[in-house]
Design a protein around this ligand. Structure first.
Ligand SMILES: Nc1ncnc2c1ncn2[C@@H]1O[C@H](COP(=O)(O)OP(=O)(O)OP(=O)(O)O)[C@@H](O)[C@H]1O
Ligand SMILES: [Mg+2]
Length: 220
């Protein structure tokens, strides 16, 4: 089996941490801006302070999560409710999560923070590619061959057929400003759980887009 040079792996980890920290730091900066502004006005700053506090905790979680991922055997799995992780991933995003065909008590064994991160990568893409306004997200889940299968879809334009086969490769992006790390990280999280993340191939042809329907399979 080919082995990955330790420094190459380190580069990938560093890139993933940087990728995940970008949004967190942006939220922190916004909070600091609001705190300064409200202090100058003598307005209350508790909400912004709480947000800043959450951002710092998030930044710490990013580093912990991604490092845990680098040592796949050490994943701290727990029983987590799928619906709850999806809802947690929706926080900080302007998305409509309707149509959840998932039993409220359906649980999987997963490292919770990483699973939320995986869903966040999918939602982030839905938001980035939505033509106008917040995207509509649908999710459903079922048991199949000793696995829990979760399907997440959005109502955006879908994925160019030429890009679809390489969508999970690191640095593969189809949009200006994209780094192409979101799905690579998400797929790595799925694999670290002994599962997989795939694009459900719809009816994409040469000129048609593949619908943005992602399928996560996790062993129970
Ligand atoms: N839900 C989606 N709808 C349409 N296109 C998508 C969707 N998800 C992914 N893509 C396409 O796949 C590409 C790769 O996605 P990925 O999340 O890996 O990287 P990125 O979004 O470009 O950058 P990053 O996530 O690192 O900020 C996207 O640039 C986009 O072209
Ligand atoms: Mg992305």
């Amino acid at each position: 089996m080919p082995s990955i040079h330790p420094l190459a792996a380190l580069g990938e980890i560093a890139a993933e941490i940087a990728h995940e920290l970008r949004n967190v730091l942006q939220v922190a900066r916004t909070s600091v801006y609001l705190i300064r502004r409200d202090l100058a006005r003598g307005a209350p700053v508790e909400d912004s302070l709480a947000r800043l506090d959450r951002s710092v905790a998030n930044a710490q979680a990013v580093v912990d999560d991604v490092l845990a991922l680098a040592q796949a055997q050490a994943l701290a799995k727990e029983s987590v409710r799928l619906v709850e992780t999806l809802r947690a991933a929706c926080e900080d995003f302007d998305v409509h999560l309707d149509d959840i065909g998932i039993a409220p008590d359906l649980e999987v064994r997963a490292a919770r923070g990483l699973l939320v991160r995986l869903f966040r990568s999918l939602l982030d893409n839905a938001v980035q590619t939505a033509p106008a306004g917040p995207p509509k997200i649908t999710a459903r889940a079922w048991h199949e061959d000793g696995k829990v299968v979760v399907e997440v879809a959005d109502n955006g334009p879908g994925i160019a057929a030429s890009l679809a086969p390489r969508i999970f490769e690191p640095l593969m992006t189809g949009r200006p400003g994209g780094t192409g790390l979101g799905l690579a990280l998400a797929a790595r999280i799925a694999r670290a759980h002994g599962g997989s993340l795939t694009l459900v191939d719809g009816h994409g042809g040469e000129s048609t887009n593949v619908p943005a329907v992602f399928r996560l399979a996790l062993p129970v």
